[in-house]
Write a protein that binds this ligand. Sequence first.
Ligand code: 5HY
Length: 244
Amino acid sequence: PLILQVINPNTSEAMTATIAAAARVVAAPGNEILAVCPQEGAPSIEGHFDEAIATLGVLEQVRLGRETGVDGHIIACFGDPGLLAARELATAPVIGIAEAAMHLATLVATRFSVVTTLPRTLVIARHLLHQYGFERHCAGLHAIDLPVLALEDGSGLAQQRVRELCIAARDQDGSGAVVLGCGGMADLARTLTDELGIPVIDGVSAAVKMVEALAALGLRTSKQGDLAYPLAKPLSGRFLGLNQ
Ligand SMILES: O=C(O)C[C@H]1NC(=O)NC1=O
């Protein structure tokens, strides 16, 4: 059995619980989901500034996970904050939910759309499409224009807007699949897939199965070249805990 560390990079316990539940639904029997979030940081991640803040918490959790001996790390925020830095620290695989969902979307459709939260974070999704080489696969990017934590306010309004935009993406973008662009949407994928009749993909569950696949194949983060462990140097102050 595996221990999979699922990191919610924001500090909202409710979203961590949503993410953990979605991960546990799909985890193979016997595999443990170790859901964590930073003790300090941003309650939600809605832009470049928030991502920079969240990255330190991600790295601290990856460090702790490595010491615990986890078999994989999942960065459960759609910006995949700190992904490559985390891969330097990690021995096990590190997968971001955006890359996981995008990869799976390309396996089941030739074009996919993304539905995320605020319009200002669409640029982050575009950066990721470019970074991962999926720009030509993405037929549309949509934002529900509600803040991330609206997904946890119990009103159901954000969830309804996600559903409406997924339908619009299916009918207007010419997409064969939709990628849900927020860790807090992880519980919506199965229902929307059934209702819309196209794959609606959540990155949390996608990442869990990809880490399991990598572990089964004996594949871990390469420590050759730019993903080798960070060069040892005396990190000071708040970064003391990140010394190798
Ligand atoms: O960028 C977003 O909308 C989603 C992203 N922010 C966050 O706090 N968790 C996330 O998945």
